[in-house]
Design a protein around this ligand. Structure first.
Ligand code: AMP
Ligand code: GLY
Length: 416
């Protein structure tokens, strides 16, 4: 089977690493890929939003299956485009992708189908939005409606901060047109968890849970990032709340998809907040999480190509997913300055020095003159499995120390 993976992060490297273990995967391409993906796949120099060129590539190279990593490709309509031409693709069409592409759509969806979520109001007018602030108590959460690379969520402690943030979003267009419409939301207190699920058109099948660390510095200080580390499983999941998640969130979400006639075949990644008033949905994403994928896929024992084919065919069941009891931890090595300004192009040393059982998934890397250099804010995801979380954590930290590039930094408190 010839498979095309779209994207260039550690998520896509982990997807390719898992696909490559399947005897069904005869040849894997990655567009555009990074230095890590080039070891297991053939990189193709086409951008993730250039869906016309991606389709031509898939047709000319007789690709049997295309797997979409990033949301931008899905929100640009790659699902519809490929399916219209009879090309098999893993990821929703536009009617499903809008669950991530528009926060207002997804909040209205949750309201309509009684899925527990933070109270909210939506606005497309700055003055009305400013008045809307008064309806909530502080802190409040402001969200750009459209895609903003995970940065469009602003938590404001007081009215002055909230008004400035609204100006940034709606007037100064800090996130471009993504902020033309916004959501004001009640702040939820609790413990977060990431739940990635396969959706096979008829049912939502959860994977093992994960916990992401979004802030850039230890003790959850500093700015929000794409994610600085992760572990799986997330200990907040227990026999006591499995039923609540199933009935209040998964069943109701599936009912909503079916009622709206959304034929969703791909990944639904549900961001959850465990609060004192129950488990609530923070957001839906319509693709694998990053760095969640780097801890969840190493724990999957089933043939990943088969799992994806069954999801597309509508036959996947929970029994098709076999997981190791081992726990996984990943820590992101990032470029100094991330998530703000950082430099690229620094040579990465020590990749060969790590122990054999350590998985290094490349995020922002490139090959230049046969050297692997930094090419992004998040550079490497270093993953280990262990019999306990502590063992996996120790393995990661013992090995990440062996990696060097100018400006490297990472959080020291992942799992804590
Ligand atoms: P989102 O992109 O909607 O998941 O938001 C990004 C991050 O902002 C989440 O992972 C949370 O840490 C935080 N966040 C979003 N919405 C809320 C909320 N209503 N209350 C508290 N924190 C939130
Ligand atoms: N780690 C969060 C995300 O992928 O959106």
């Amino acid at each position: 089977m010839k498979i095309l993976v779209i994207g260039n992060g550690a998520r896509e490297h982990a997807i390719i690493w898992k696909l490559a273990q399947s005897p069904k995967a005869k040849k894997i391409f990655c567009a555009p890929g990074n230095a890590g993906t080039s070891i297991l796949a053939e990189n193709v120099n086409i951008g993730v939003e250039d869906i016309d060129k991606l389709l031509v590539f898939a047709q000319n190279n007789e690709i049997d299956l295309t797997i979409v990593g990033p949301e931008v490709s899905l929100v640009a309509g790659i699902g519809n485009k490929f399916r219209a031409c009879g090309k098999k693709i893993f990821g929703p069409n536009l009617d499903g992708a809008i669950l991530e592409g528009s926060k207002i759509y997804s909040k209205n969806f949750m309201k309509k189908y009684q899925i527990p979520t933070a109270a909210y109001r939506a606005y497309d007018d700055l003055e009305l939005a400013k008045n809307g602030i008064n309806e909530f108590s502080f802190p409040i959460v402001l969200k750009a409606d459209g895609l903003a690379a995970g940065k469009g969520v602003l938590i404001c402690e007081n009215k002055q901060q909230a008004e400035l943030a609204l100006m940034d979003l709606m007037k100064h267009q800090k996130f471009g047109s993504a902020g033309n419409q916004i959501v004001i939301e009640e702040f939820l207190e609790g413990t977060e968890a990431s739940l990635l699920c396969f959706v096979n058109g008829k049912s939502i099948i959860p994977m093992e849970s994960a916990r992401d660390y979004k802030r850039v510095f230890d003790n959850d200080e500093g700015l929000n990032t794409g994610g600085m580390g992760c572990f799986s499983p997330n200990s907040i999941f227990s026999d006591n709340n499995v039923n609540e998640i199933q009935t209040q969130i998964l069943d109701k979400t599936m009912n909503g998809l079916l009622s709206e006639n959304i034929d969703f075949r791909g990944i639904l990644f549900i961001g959850l907040m465990f609060t004192s008033l129950g488990i609530k949905v923070l957001e839906y994403n319509v693709r694998f999480g990053d760095p969640e994928t780097e801890v969840v896929l190493p724990r999957l024992e089933s043939d990943f190509v088969e799992v994806i084919e069954k999801t597309i065919d509508g036959t996947l069941t929970i029994n098709d997913l076999k997981w190791t009891d081992k726990m996984a931890v990943t820590v992101i090595a990032a470029s100094g300055g991330y998530p703000e300004k950082y430099e690229k192009g620094f040579e990465i040393f020590g990749l060969d020095a790590v122990n054999e059982d350590i998985m290094i998934f490349h995020a922002g890397t490139d090959l230049q003159n046969n050297k692997i250099v930094t090419n992004g804010g998040r550079v490497l995801a270093v993953t280990a499995l262990g019999d306990s979380l502590e063992q996996a954590r120790q393995k990661v930290y013992q090995n990440i120390e062996k990696l060097h590039f100018k400006g490297i930094f990472y959080r020291k408190d992942i799992t804590k």
